[in-house]
Design a protein around this ligand. Structure first.
Ligand code: GLN
Length: 303
């Protein structure tokens, strides 16, 4: 193939024509209404280039992809304080699992499962004021798009049904690992998850992870912290499918139940893909297929 655009078009076509598989989550009713058969991709290069195909400019709900930006902001406010409160190990369990938390006295395994992200939200509440606003500010600035916003309908739709996340947060509060003001933590967490942005926005917003932490106006993270975030994405970013994703794609990644997946090619580019149908573990079927296809034709895998 002559150019990256040709390759991206080819991979997009290949996945687009495969039979549709998977379905949207039902526990966030507003997300279940998004037309399912959309597929977008954006590749933002460290040289400032942008290559896209399909529904790359349609905003989608970031959901757990927002946890990545929340983690970066919490780390930039002081890694020691954050790591005193949670671990860095894959959970091997569903993103919203309650089981490990009881065994481990309310200390979450990693910042990407819901328990860990609720704790990061609580941490940002304490050190920065409002986790959703902090995430918004970061993605708006790095994407160069002041129009990126919280989809309040999605936020309200999730908040009304957030019984599992409430159970996780209350359990942590009972262990003293999260602030007892659980409703405030849940409000900020669901608004942060409901930030809506397109593949183009996302690829640009996360580009600092491929550029040793350098953002548009200076460092977002140090080079060492950036390597660590990429390591956590690789080991924990797709929850109990992190092993499968490392096997098939071989890149640091972060998924969300809105159907988006971000993948970092250190030193080269960030790829953002989006397709709403999910597999049983809550990861985008078309999005992961598209990344797998792209990596098959390039030397982008970190392995
Ligand atoms: N907001 C979603 C939840 O808390 C995020 C989960 C996800 O994207 N995997 O369940």
């Amino acid at each position: 193939m002559d150019s990256l655009q040709d390759l991206v078009d080819h991979c997009w076509q290949t996945v687009r024509t495969a039979p549709p598989d998977g379905r949207q989550v039902s526990y966030i009713p507003a997300l279940a209404r998004v037309p399912a058969d959309q597929l977008g991709i954006a590749v933002a290069g460290v040289d400032g280039s942008m290559v896209t195909a399909g529904d790359s400019s349609t905003p989608f709900s970031l959901q757990s992809i927002s946890k990545l930006f929340a983690l970066c902001e919490a780390l930039s406010a002081g890694p020691e304080q954050l790591w005193a409160r949670l671990d860095k190990e894959p959970s091997g369990d569903r993103f919203d699992s309650l089981m490990l938390l009881e065994h481990e006295a309310g200390r979450p395994r990693n910042p990407f499962i819901n328990a860990g992200a609720l704790l990061v939200t609580d941490h940002l509440r304490t050190v920065r004021g409002d986790a959703a606003e902090v995430v918004l500010e970061l993605v708006r600035r790095e994407a160069g798009n002041a129009g990126i916003a919280v989809d309040e309908e999605v936020a309200a739709s999730e908040r009304a049904m957030s019984h599992r996340n409430a159970a996780l947060a209350h359990y942590m509060a009972s262990c003293g690992t999260v602030d007892p003001d659980v409703p405030a933590v849940l409000d900020q967490y669901t608004r942060m998850c409901a930030v809506a942005a397109s593949c183009e926005d996302m690829a640009k917003a996360a580009l600092f992870l491929a550029r040793a932490g350098q953002g548009v106006d200076g460092p977002v993270l140090s080079a060492a912290e950036t390597r660590r975030v990429n390591a956590l994405m690789l080991t924990c970013g797709l929850y109990d499918a992190a092993g499968d994703f490392a096997y098939r794609v071989g890149l640091p990644g972060k998924s969300g139940v809105g159907g988006g997946v971000l993948a970092v090619v250190p030193g080269q580019c960030v790829v953002a893909v989006w397709s709403p149908r999910l597999d049983a573990r809550g990861n985008s079927v078309g999005g992961v297929r598209l990344l797998e296809e792209l990596v098959r034709h390039t030397d982008w895998s970190v392995f």
